[in-house]
Design a protein around this ligand. Structure first.
Ligand code: FE
Length: 231
């Protein structure tokens, strides 16, 4: 079996949110699809270990925010690589509570949907939730983020708990000048490339990893410098 065949599948990038009691949570998902149009239904695969799975199971509803191609990597990092059991992902964020009472992320989002769960499929590690769409709204004009754009242009990685995670061996890179080594975050997989720097955090292109300030942190997941390994 050639696992690369799976990499040719196309996806978008979404924030799926729900709640349990007074606890709200959301996470990045690339597996949202429309399944029927009479009635309008959508489906999404969610890892059973995720807090969002617990929230969706408890409340029976979920929202989907469609991320724009311009979505901030920090937003994707918060919802894709951090756990709602440790932090409040909605703190300091533009969001609203929808008709289903599910929270809806508005930041960097082009559209949002709300659904009532009508069916579930157990896939051992994940559950596919099928929901009937009860509310839908276009929030802004723009181009929706695709998973390919996230990977190829934004340099994003796939968390291990994602439905589309494909295991790959770490490749040994070619020998380079010390200052040109790239470093990979062992938590989220973000790659620091000295050629591009980290302009979002005031690090200009051409800055070697070694010269980053001691308090510099991974722009995706917030991990400290010592969590990075040379590529
Ligand atoms: Fe990271």
């Amino acid at each position: 079996m050639d696992k690369n065949a799976l990499r040719t599948l196309s996806y978008g990038l979404y924030i799926v949110s729900s709640f349990k009691g007074d606890k709200m949570n959301g996470q990045i998902a690339n597996t949202v699809i429309q399944t029927t149009s009479k009635p309008y239904t959508i489906a999404v695969a969610i890892n059973k270990e995720n807090l969002t799975h617990e929230c969706m199971t408890a409340s029976g509803v979920f929202s989907v925010s469609v991320l724009s191609i311009d979505a901030a990597m920090k937003l994707i990092g918060t919802f894709g690589f951090k756990c709602g059991r440790d932090i409040d992902k909605f703190a300091d964020l533009k969001y609203k509570i929808g008709v289903t009472k599910a929270p809806i992320v508005l930041e960097d989002s082009l559209a949002c949907l709300e659904a009532k769960i009508i069916d579930k499929i157990d896939l051992s590690t994940h559950t596919i939730f099928v929901g009937e769409v009860v509310e839908a709204e276009v929030l802004a004009k723009g181009e929706p983020m695709t998973y390919a754009y996230y990977h190829n242009v934004k340099g994003g990685k796939t968390p291990q708990k994602a439905a589309s995670f494909i295991e790959e061996a770490v490749k040994a890179g070619p020998k380079k000048e010390k200052s040109m080594f790239r470093y990979v975050c062992s938590i989220c997989g973000y790659t620091y490339d000295p050629a591009t720097g980290d302009p979002g955090n005031g690090v200009p292109p051409g800055t070697p990893f070694e010269d980053l300030p001691a308090d510099w942190a991974c722009p995706i997941c917030g991990a400290s410098k010592d969590k990075f390994d040379r590529e």
